[in-house]
Write a protein that binds this ligand. Sequence first.
Ligand code: ZN
Length: 202
Amino acid sequence: MDIEKIYRDANALLEGHFILSSGNHSNRYLQSAKVLEEPKRAEILTSALAQEIKDSGIEVDTVCSPALGGILAGYELARALGVRSIFVERKNGSMQLRRGFKINKGEKIVICEDIITTGGSAMEASKVVEELGGKVVAFASLANRGFCKRENSNIERQKECKLPKDVPFFALTDFQFEMFAPDECPMCKAGSRAIKPGSRDS
Ligand code: ZN
């Protein structure tokens, strides 16, 4: 399956001249929510991700996602795995399990996001799950932004990666973009102006 083509067809992988959330510039930009806009496409992607998890032999009771970005991917992954789906959300600055969701002691949980960048919010979700007695058996995301080494990938784990080394991380693809400091950006030097597509405010 050509994951990059699926992202491009969904306008979830943009090409141009962008300001990333880090402040660096890049000629590519991921608008991850767009790839889940069509439920059929979401189903195809999460079924493939579920298959990778099943093939690994890992047993899963529940998928847990950090709100907001992870919920759709997590819900569809849970459907494909035939397990339940819960989410944690930020309240007063900290990630919490709310809305009557419960975690049983020893429950085997996959933390799922649409995209893992450094894994910061996935790790926050993981801490909540483990504090409540659950066991995080894997991390999963449709795409890996290329900071964390995952199952069957050759990319090197970078220092920015917050995911633990001893828990498997499943993803369908790795997006590794060229990034430039603003004052060293060749597109800026060529006279182009970078735009910020934005994740929440545009
Ligand atoms: Zn630039």
